[in-house]
Design a protein around this ligand. Structure first.
Ligand SMILES: *Cc1c(COP(=O)(O)O)cnc(C)c1O
Length: 393
C-alpha cells in the first residue's frame, strides 16, 4: 500500500495538510509505534529478535509504512501472509528477512527468488514442491504442535528430517504456532507448555541427527506477553505491536503498557434534518420518532467499517460528543444521529477509532460492538482509506 504524499523512506506529513479533502482516512501515530517496539523489546527473551507480522497490510495500518518505520527502528525481520505481500514490501525498499507464513503456489515460486523471500514449508508435500522448483529456496519449516492448521505434525520426526535432505532447500528456520496462549490459566497453560515441549523435542531430535535448523521460533503477541520464557530466535509479534490486544480480556495482566497506533476518521459529507416519521437509509432502517438531525459520513463497509455496527450498535465521535450510527451501514456511507451535538457541519471530522476532545472510541469498543476481535476490524480496513502518520513531517 502506497501512502499518498509519502517521500520514499519518510513517514508522510500530518493529516490536516496531507489530506484536507480525504473522505475517510487512517492516522498512524509513529511515537506510539516506537513506544510499542521499545516495550515489546524489553520483554524479549535472551537471543530473541522482533519479527513483526505485517501481513494483511500490517493489520490495516499500511504494510509499507509500518515496515519501513520498523526498519528505521532497527527491525530486520518480518512476516507476511503471502508471497505477493512479501514482494510488495521489497518493491518499496523494505530490508531484512521476510518470511512468508502461508502456502505459496508453485506458480508464485519465482516471486520468492526475485524478492529474496523466505518461504514457510507448510507441510511435507509443500516442501517437496518447493524442492522440485529446481532452484535454491530459503525456507522455514512449519511444525504443527497442536493447532492443526499448517505444519508437519511434530511427532513425525522422520518426515521432518527428510525435508533437510531436499537438496534445493536452504532450511534457515523452523517454527510452530501457539493457539491457546491468550492466558496462563489452567487448560491454556497446560496446552501451551505441551506445544512448546513438543517443539523442543523436534529441535532436540534434529540436533541429535546433526541437522542444523537455523532460527527456531514460536512466540507471537500473546506468547511474548504471557510466555516469554519459552524463548526462540524470533517473536512474531502482530497485534500487540499495533498497540492493542485481540480483546480487552488480558489487559490487566499485560506486562507492558501498549499504545494504539491507529485512528480511523471520516468526513461529514452533509447534515440534514429528518422530520418525525421519516426514514433514513435502505429498507426504512431507521425512522425518526421525533424531529432528528442526522449527518452522513463518507465511510462504509467497503472501507472495513463492520456492517454489524448498524442500527445503533456502533457510534462515532464528532466535536467531542457521541453520535450513534442509525440505519444500516452502507457500502460507502454511514448515517449518524447528531441531534444532540450542536454545530455539526459538512467537512467536520468524525472519529470511528481514536480520540475526539475528552472522549475515545477504542478498537476494542468497535470490535465488541461489531461482534468480533480487533484483529479482524483492523485488518479489514480497506485500500480506499488514506493512511498517514500524525504529528510527523
Ligand atoms: C498472524 C500470525 C502471527 C502474529 O500474530 P499476533 O497474534 O497478531 O501477534 C504470528 N505467527 C503466525 C503463524 C501468524 O499467522
Amino acid at each position: 500500500m502506497r501512502a499518498e504524499g509519502a517521500a520514499p523512506g519518510k513517514f508522510p506529513a500530518p493529516p490536516p495538510r496531507a489530506y484536507p479533502r480525504a473522505r475517510a482516512w487512517i492516522e498512524l501515530d509513529r511515537a506510539a509505534l516506537r513506544h510499542n517496539v521499545e516495550r515489546l523489546r524489553s520483554l524479549l527473551p535472551e537471543g530473541c529478535a522482533l519479527m513483526p507480522a505485517v501481513k494483511a497490510n500490517a493489520y490495516g495500518h499500511g504494510a509499507v509504512l509500518a515496515a519501513r518505520e520498523l526498519n528505521r527502528l532497527g527491525v530486520r525481520a518480518f512476516c507476511a501472509a503471502s508471497a505477493e505481500e512479501g514482494a510488495e514490501l521489497r518493491r518499496h525498499g523494505v530490508r531484512g528477512e521476510i518470511l512468508v507464513l502461508g502456502y505459496t503456489h508453485p506458480g508464485n515460486f519465482p516471486l520468492l527468488r526475485r524478492y529474496r523471500l523466505t518461504q514457510a514449508a507448510v507441510d511435507a508435500d509443500h516442501a517437496r514442491l518447493l524442492n522440485a522448483y529446481g532452484k535454491k529456496l530459503r525456507v522455514h519449516l512449519k511444525i504443527d504442535t497442536g493447532m492443526h492448521r499448517l505444519g508437519i505434525p511434530a511427532e513425525r520426526t522422520e518426515e521432518i528430517a527428510r525435508v533437510f535432505r531436499l537438496k534445493n532447500l536452504r532450511v534457515r528456520g523452523i517454527f510452530t504456532h501457539l493457539c491457546a496462549d491468550e492466558t496462563r490459566s489452567g487448560a491454556d497453560e497446560a496446552f501451551t507448555l505441551a506445544q512448546a515441549a513438543a517443539f523442543q523435542e523436534v529441535l532436540c531430535s534434529l540436533r541429535k541427527q546433526g541437522l542444523s535448523y537455523g532460527k527456531a521460533h514460536l512466540l507471537s503477541s500473546y506468547g511474548l506477553l504471557n510466555y516469554p520464557e519459552l524463548g526462540g530466535a524470533y517473536a512474531r509479534v502482530g497485534i500487540a505491536l499495533y498497540g492493542v490486544l485481540s480483546g480487552p480480556a488480558g489487559l490487566e495482566t499485560c506486562p507492558v503498557e501498549l499504545r494504539p497506533v491507529l485512528s480511523l476518521k471520516a468526513r461529514v459529507a452533509l447534515v440534514r434534518d429528518l422530520p418525525k416519521g421519516q426514514s433514513a437509509g435502505y429498507g426504512f432502517g431507521y425512522t425518526a420518532e421525533g424531529g432528528r438531525r442526522i449527518a452522513v459520513l463518507s465511510i462504509g463497509y467497503a472501507d472495513g467499517l463492520p456492517r454489524s455496527l448498524s442500527r445503533g450498535r456502533g457510534r462515532v465521535l464528532i466535536r467531542g460528543e457521541e453520535a450513534p450510527i442509525i440505519g444500516s451501514v452502507c457500502m460507502d456511507q454511514t448515517l449518524v444521529d447528531v441531534t444532540d451535538i450542536p454545530g455539526v457541519r459538512s467537512g467536520d471530522t468524525a472519529v470511528l477509532i481514536g480520540r475526539s476532545g475528552r472522549r475515545e472510541i477504542t478498537a476494542y469498543d468497535l470490535a465488541e460492538a461489531g461482534g468480533t476481535i480487533t484483529n479482524e476490524v483492523l485488518s479489514r480496513l480497506g485500500p480506499r482509506l488514506n493512511r498517514t502518520a500524525a504529528g510527523f513531517a
